[in-house]
Design a protein around this ligand. Sequence first.
Ligand code: FES
Ligand code: FES
Length: 161
Amino acid sequence: MRAELRFTLNGAAVEAFVQPQARLLDVLRDTLGATGTKEGCSEGECGACTVLIDGRAVASCLFPALEAEGKRVVTVEGLRQDNGDPSAVQRAFIDKGGVQCGFCTPGMVMATTALLAENPAPTDDEIRAGLVGNLCRCTGYVQIIDAVKQAAGELATKERS
Ligand code: FES
Ligand code: FES
């Protein structure tokens, strides 16, 4: 038997009828077409499926869809600025070469967005700790850390202006 689920996805009200045991990841990708969120390990280890729920970074492969009822869910599709430009975090990943195959990137970008909202000026160690749940097999992480620092700097400049 399916249950009705309503929440806000990237600023828009959505509804879906889901199985009680459905994972949020599947509802996002298969029911709502938000395929920017990726599935890697399926067991909470790689971070590819990270989305924001009420501002908190969450592994959507482990998150029961029905627990999203009434919440604000943001996926990588929702980070674009009003004028269509990528967010500062997305831009920084491109600029610094933090994207290679790109499979980890949506999760990295979402985790970074949550990290910088909580800690706008993280140290290298704090960046590593903030992204500890996100794995990348391509970049060696140096470019990713550089991207987080660039985004932090840009956001701080914007805040001051
Ligand atoms: S797919 Fe969810 S943490 Fe890996
Ligand atoms: S860019 Fe390939 S896994 Fe991170």
